[in-house]
Design a protein. Sequence first.
Length: 301
Amino acid sequence: MDRPDWIAVDWGTSRLRAWAMSADGRPVAQAESEQGMGGLAPDAFEPALLALVGPWLDPDRVTPVVACGMVGARQGWIEAAYRAVPCPPLGPPLTRAPARDPRIAVSIVPGLSQARPSADVMRGEETQVAGVLAAAPDWDGVVCLPGTHSKWAEVSAGEVVSFRSFMTGEMFAWLSTGSVLRHGMAGTGWDERAFDSGVSDGMSRPEWLTARLFTLRAEGLLAGLPPDAARARLSGLLIGTELAAARAWWLGRDVVIVGEGTLAGLYARALRAQGIAARQVAAEDAVLAGLTRARALAAGA
């Protein structure tokens, strides 16, 4: 492989992903590891990165590395201070990480923060929003970013105007594996009709969420609710409740969902039931387009 012009990095809590990038913004190689921010001390970030991308480096030149995600958190390699919305999803200055190896110069994308109407923060998702805008600079609408902590970001005139985070994914993971509901959710099966029913219930009466959650346990004991139906209805209840709370973001708006997997598909299905035909953008495409824009900012373009 030819030496990359630069290296793109998406460094989350649990995983580290890197792409060797050509000068025209194409990935020519990629690698990943489980060396996420959550398991690293500040002095372990550089060794973790070098272990992954070392074979790509040229000993006779400095290779720029542009990283986004939790690597820039307070507990990360170095804190990249939040930029307050409303603002473009990316903007200077990027934060320089204290790398000792002379073959790399690492810049970290700052996250976004919001003080009003409610306090909120994001890291990594701002780069994906920038990637959506890279393909459609004049687009106005809402970007939905499903995940452990899903985000809804309102975009207008090239800026993130406001956003809201929901702990839906984390709640599903705990409720299905760590709460009393786990006893009725063994296996990996799925029931689409149960999911649709859960979405409808969550949207119509979100204030009943905690009661409806226990109903899943009771129906398993008294009526033999199958695990695949219980799991799907749990997901639908949580996503439906999220959609009810996020109604002001998606109602009557053009919505883009970042993601191409099962979870993104569930959000698309739930929105479709509300008459919203959301467009999906692959998460990797979005993050690479955003990191390419961040690379231009780091280079002063």
